[in-house]
Design a protein around this ligand. Structure first.
Ligand SMILES: [Mg+2]
Ligand SMILES: [Zn+2]
Length: 169
């Protein structure tokens, strides 16, 4: 079986712009590229899992979401970092769907599609709702911060900032 590093997008990989729909606004956060390379070297698949309620709120179209998502992938690919897959939830919080994080449906689907052992996988995200119950190790990261400030070359590590914001967050 494979293991994955699941990645929240907004505020974790890129600067959080609420309901971002313009690819020109995409800014990768510092330190993302070397950290993702390090995860690849440890045989983690890279999978983005993102809540995009702006679609359900009619603040952006699915096409606008996809344009921004493609930009994120292009910026990473320009540095030789390839995302295995991206899953997104387009629903509003009151829709009661199973996919909106901390719901687990997107992770379970990824696990089926890529033969992933979730218990051996990681999840990085800047919100409490990213701390999903189905992934072995969830790492709460500071929003919009450089990964150099908190990333450790090995997860899970003996003393990781698990499920709590790192110091200085
Ligand atoms: Mg986020
Ligand atoms: Zn959903």
């Amino acid at each position: 079986m494979n293991k994955a590093a699941f990645l929240d997008r907004d505020g974790t990989l890129i600067m959080d712009v609420p309901y971002i729909r313009d690819p020109e606004q995409v800014r990768l956060l510092p330190g993302v590229v070397p950290a993702l390379r390090n995860l690849i070297e440890q045989d983690y698949l890279l999978i983005i899992v993102t809540n995009q309620s702006g679609i359900g709120r009619w603040l952006m179209t699915k096409q606008q979401y996809l344009t921004v998502q493609r930009r994120v992938g292009d910026l990473l690919a320009a540095h030789g970092v390839y995302i295995t897959a991206t899953y997104y939830c387009p629903h509003t919080p009151d829709a009661g769907c199973a996919c909106r994080k901390p719901g687990t449906a997107m992770f379970e689907r990824a696990a089926r599609e890529f033969d992933i052992d979730l218990s051996q996988s990681l999840m990085f995200g800047d919100k409490e709702s990213d701390m999903v119950p189905c992934v072995g190790t969830c790492i709460r990261v500071p929003k919009d911060a450089s990964w150099a400030a908190w990333y450790r070359p090995r997860y899970p590590s003996p003393n990781p900032p698990l499920k709590t914001p790192p110091a200085g967050a």
